[in-house]
Every structure is written in C-alpha cells, then in structure tokens.
Design a protein around this ligand. Structure first.
Ligand SMILES: [Zn+2]
Length: 219
C-alpha cells in the first residue's frame, strides 16, 4: 500500500532584500500601483536575476548552444525523487554517493547543512557544493535531475564551471536554491515548474515534494 502525505513547499520565498548570488541583480518587488496609497488596484513590479531564490538552470547557462529553459522536459521536473541526506560539511563527494544505489533517470535532491543557511541575511561563501568528481559520477550514472539546497551546485570561486558544465553536458537539469530543512531523506513525489522564459538560460521556479512511504497493508 502506498501512503501519501501532504505537499511540502521546498522553494524559498522571493522577497526584496533576500540573499542573492554575488554579482547577480538583487530581488526587488515593488508596487507600481498600491491601494494603501489610494490606487484602485495593487500591481507589482519584479526586478531580479533569473537565478534568484529557487530556480532551474538550463544547459544554455554554461553551454553556448545548449537548450534554453523553455525546452525543459517536464519529466525532469516531476515524478519520483529521492531526497538524500549529505553528512559531509564541505562537499557532496563520490564516497558518500557510491554508498547509495543511484540509477539512470533518477531525480536526486541533496539535503545538506545548506538548508540552515537560508536564515542568514548575507550570502554564505562556504556552502556545501557538488565536487567535480561527484558531478562526473552522476553524469556517468545518467541521472535526470540534480537539486541542491543553496544558490549554486558548484563551489563559490572553486568548481562553479566544472560542476555545472559536467552536469549540463550530460543533459542533467539543475535545480538550485531549494530549502529542504523540513524534509527528511526519503522518497517523494516531486513537482517543480520553472517559468517559461523564452530563450533564457534559467528561470525561477516553485518546487514541492510529497512523501511516499511503502507499507505492508494491515491484515
Ligand atoms: Zn543557477
């Protein structure tokens, strides 16, 4: 028997002044029309990088001729996913991954100590990142999607280029900026839909998971 729980939001709230990747345009959400100021309606204006908060990287982000975000295959953004708890405090490495049964077509969401960093105001440079060797390992396995709980899959001023390129060249879609703090490792239903920004290299997304647990039916 499969028992399903309720949906859990694993995207971070987009708001003015929230943490952003150094060099990217900060998030600003302002009212063009504001009923509190006597306007007849509320209308907001959004100014931000396409890589703000929870977002998806398309191959075009690092590959000149890569696919853009409007071509994201929906089966990479929805279906069964595994939330994997990472113990390493510095990086997601091959040693931890090799002890897991990772299969072709897997959607993997890595829960690291990063999920606690969302409480900090400023950008944290030493977030847990995917090592280049681990990226190669995942590419070799043929996984479909990799998600991580901070603003980049690669290490800041370390292996940004290598980690991204290795995954994207292997047609692995990358979800960044997840908040997995209220999600335990396990099997989940997963939905994540990046905005259909035509020709863009990435887009903000809403992402949710719902626990799936297998139980022997009670006799
Ligand atoms: Zn990105």
């Amino acid at each position: 028997m499969t028992v399903e729980g309720s949906w859990i939001d694993i995207s971070v709230p987009l708001k003015t002044g929230m943490v952003h990747y150094p060099g990217d345009t900060p998030v600003r959400i302002e009212r063009d029309s504001d009923m509190a100021k006597g306007d007849p309606v509320n209308v907001s204006r959004i100014i931000m990088s396409a890589h703000s908060g929870t977002h998806v990287d398309a191959p075009l982000h690092f590959l000149e001729k890569g696919n853009s975000i409007d071509h994201v295959p929906f089966d990479a953004m929805g279906g069964r996913a595994r939330v994997i708890g990472i113990r390493d405090q510095e990086s997601i490495g091959c040693q931890e991954l090799e002890s897991l049964r990772i299969d072709s077509g897997d959607i993997l969401l890595f829960k690291t100590r990063n999920s606690t960093l969302w409480h900090q105001d400023g950008f944290c440079r030493d977030y847990v990142h995917l090592s280049t060797a681990a990226a190669v390992f995942l590419a070799t396995k043929g996984v479909k999607t990799v998600g991580i709980d901070y603003l980049s899959v690669g290490g800041y001023e370390r292996n940004e280029m290598e980690a991204h390129r290795t995954l994207l060249e292997a047609s692995i879609w990358i979800v960044e900026g997840l908040d997995l703090s209220s999600v335990e490792p396990g099997i989940y239903d997963f939905m994540c839909l990046p905005l259909r920004l035509e020709g863009a290299e990435g887009a903000p997304a809403r992402a949710v998971v719902r626990p799936v647990s297998s139980r022997t039916p009670a006799l």
